[in-house]
Write a new protein. Structure first.
Ligand code: ZN
Length: 240
């Protein structure tokens, strides 16, 4: 986590430090000490999906890697996908019909998004924009903002009644010009981490989630905060 994030306040480098009194690890900023919030640094593929301009040679490489990855996913799923759109319903795990994938691509393009960058997905039968879609949209709108996040503290976990063993993060988008801010909450429950695959009960349903639950909780918080700060199309804030 220290490598893929920087200090939310000053962009300083983070290291993992040990708190003797509380007997726990914490993230320490090289400039301001214990980090209150942190900011995720996208890798090259994420930066591309989010609409950052990369040097042409790098962009070319990222596009090729994405195409390779998509070809592999398609072979696994056994269906044709429009590049970048997950071949399954992310909620139920069911394979999507080609017509559904086609409709998702049209849906993404209708809102000025790019299905090839993974901007649209289906969850429990409903179309959704992904975190990358909101980051891309915010980049296009060009309204400078800061996105930072942190795990909920003990008091907040009690206030929000976060179940034992769950990972819970809060993310905040601050619009630089006005100082207005919007927050989002991201939770990954212990059940979610332990859930077994329906196709093969000896395997986990989401091994990546089980391995990095805090990252998903952080991203879910970011998704909600970004969605509130930079709604796409007809989305209203009260609609979340
Ligand atoms: Zn700092």
């Amino acid at each position: 986590m220290a490598d893929s994030n920087v200090c939310g306040e000053c962009d300083g480098r983070l290291t993992v430090a040990w708190d003797d009194k509380l007997s726990l690890h914490y993230l320490k900023c090289g400039k301001c000490g214990p980090a209150k919030t942190i900011k995720r640094i996208p890798d090259l593929t994420e930066a591309y999906k989010q609409g950052e301009s990369l040097p042409p040679a790098i962009e070319d490489r990222v596009e090729k890697n994405l195409a390779k990855r998509q070809a592999k996913q398609q072979a696994l799923a056994g269906v044709v996908t429009m590049g970048g759109i997950p071949a399954t319903d992310l909620g139920t795990g069911e394979l999507l019909l080609p017509e559904t994938i086609q409709r998702l691509a049209v849906y993404a393009r209708h809102y000025g998004l790019d299905p090839a960058r993974g901007h649209a997905c289906l969850m429990y039968g409903k179309p959704y924009f992904t975190l990358d879609a909101y980051l891309y949209h915010a980049h296009e709108v060009d309204n400078p903002y800061r996105l930072e996040s942190r795990p909920l503290n003990k008091q907040e976990r009690e206030d929000y009644q976060i179940p034992e063993g769950a990972h819970a993060w809060v993310a905040q988008v601050t619009v630089i010009e006005t100082g207005a801010y919007l927050t989002g909450l991201g939770i990954v429950t212990a059940e979610e981490m332990a859930e077994k695959s329906r196709r093969d009960p000896s395997k986990l349903a989401a091994p990546v989630v089980a391995k990095h639950p805090w990252l998903l909780a952080q991203k879910r918080g970011e998704w909600q905060a970004m969605r509130r700060a930079f709604p796409i199309g007809g989305e209203e804030e009260g609609n979340v």
